[in-house]
Design a protein around this ligand. Structure first.
Ligand code: APR
Ligand code: PHB
Length: 396
């Protein structure tokens, strides 16, 4: 098989890249090792930045999002039992965020690719990358276990295969720097069958730990509680979860969280990860393959979408003019934005979570940081600009 760009992974990065390339008249094939049902059913975060929303609309994939998603103009920060609203819309000249789950974005992107004849090969095995330091890289794979080895020859390979995929490992160890940071926090996430409890997301700092109230739809809500990252979900009965949620999110002025049936619960750990550079030879890595952010601020999906916007433009420039200027800057343009998202996600994580190793002094500074953010327009503007999403800086 031959194509111009071989894409590994049908997550938001791989699917959006394939769609953008199609709009630019560039061919691609996506190899995905899970089934369509699996990729469309995996629950992930659900906050889309303004730039992501704009892009989805511009490239014709935004209709269902505009109908079913929820536009939020602000968020609430709660500490000492009191809520403070950050009016992002006002602080960013009219920008906002969209609550629309990642797996819904995936469904929309898969549909648009298949409708326009795009090739996504699901359920593949044994994907391997070859010759990335030549102009004729190849990907080999099998359609089923022990099936025949097939080959895709291409000009470029896009590694959009998430943190555990093989692409990043194909960058030689001598040129690949992996930067890692682990946070001493975990998130217990629950899905609840009930109507929304608040018109906007509530991020809460409480002495017993962080809590976040988010939403998925008119009937399903998504809440998170800070827990020990090594805790076992078996230790968290529904009763214990509700007791803890009441402790952390009920307010001094008498607001109490309403309860509903919990339909799913799990615990995830939190880390930051960055791979530098994000390109080697004809291989470009994008999204979770290149970087992971802690979930506070929900930047993961948005970063993946920004990466492939840069990559698609670079490939377009190459195919239209034979110029490689933008492709050569791919890694630097993306990493600049990735580091800013790491800074923001790490800052949000640190101001909102309870670090039980901290001294009274450090805890006092943390609460004061929240006080400053909610009382200074300059500080709130910084939060708002980052939350709705920073622009891609094409000029380095
Ligand atoms: N071969 C083919 N496909 C693979 C392989 C492989 N060896 N390994 C992984 N994949 C697929 C995964 O099954 C997944 O569908 O690559 C895809 C990667 O998708 P994501 O993990 O969603 O990564 P990305 O597209 O970069 O999107 C980042 O997704 O994980 C969330 O929180 C993260 O919101 C962020 C977003
Ligand atoms: C979510 O709805 O899953 C979500 C929302 C906001 C975050 C993280 C996750 O900061």
């Amino acid at each position: 098989m031959r194509t111009q760009v071989g894409i590994i992974g049908a997550g938001p990065a791989g699917l959006m890249l394939s769609h953008l390339l199609h709009l630019y008249g560039i061919e691609s094939i996506i190899l995905e090792n899970r089934t369509r049902e699996q990729i469309e059913g995996t629950i992930r975060a659900g906050v889309l930045e303004q730039g992501t929303v704009n892009l989805l609309n511009e490239v014709g994939v935004g209709d269902r999002m505009m109908r079913e998603g929820y536009i939020h103009h602000g968020i609430e920060l709660q500490f000492n039992g009191v809520r403070h609203r950050i009016n992002m819309h006002e602080l960013t000249d009219g920008k906002s965020i969209m609550l629309y789950a990642q797996h819904e974005v995936i469904k929309d992107l898969v549909q648009v690719r298949l409708d326009s004849g795009g090739e996504i090969i699901f359920n593949v095995e044994d994907v391997q990358i070859h010759n990335i330091d030549s102009k004729t890289p190849k990907i080999t794979f099998r359609r089923e276990k022990d099936g025949e080895l097939e080959e895709i020859s291409c000009n470029f390979i896009a590694g959009c295969d998430g943190y555990h995929g093989p692409s990043r490992q194909a960058i030689p160890k001598e040129v690949r720097k992996e930067i890692k940071h682990t946070y001493p926090f975990g998130w217990l996430g629950i899905l609840i069958e009930m109507p929304p409890v608040s018109p906007e997301l509530i991020y809460t700092n409480h002495e017993s730990g962080f809590a976040l109230l988010s939403t998925r739809s008119d009937d399903i809500q998504r809440f998170y509680l800070q827990v020990d990252p090594n805790d076992d979900i078996e230790n968290w009965s529904d009763d214990r979860i509700w007791t803890e949620l009441h402790t952390r999110v009920d307010t001094k002025d008498g607001w109490n969280i309403s309860e509903g049936p919990i339909i799913q619960k799990n615990i995830v750990s939190m880390r930051s990860f960055i791979c530098e550079p994000m390109q080697y030879g004809q291989l470009f890595i994008a999204g979770d393959a290149a970087h992971i952010v802690p979930p506070t601020g929900a930047k993961g999906l948005n970063l993946a979408i920004a990466d492939v916007q840069v990559l698609a433009k670079g490939l377009k420039q190459f195919y239209q003019t034979s110029e490689t200027e933008l492709l050569e800057q791919y890694s630097s343009i993306c990493l600049r934005r990735v580091w800013k998202a790491q800074r923001f996600s790490s800052w949000m994580t640190n101001i909102l979570h309870r670090n039980f190793k901290h001294s009274h002094f450090e805890y006092g500074l943390q609460l004061t940081e929240l006080d400053v953010v909610t009382s200074s327009k300059a500080a709130a503007t910084n939060l708002a600009e980052n939350y709705v999403g920073l622009p891609i800086e094409w000029e380095l």
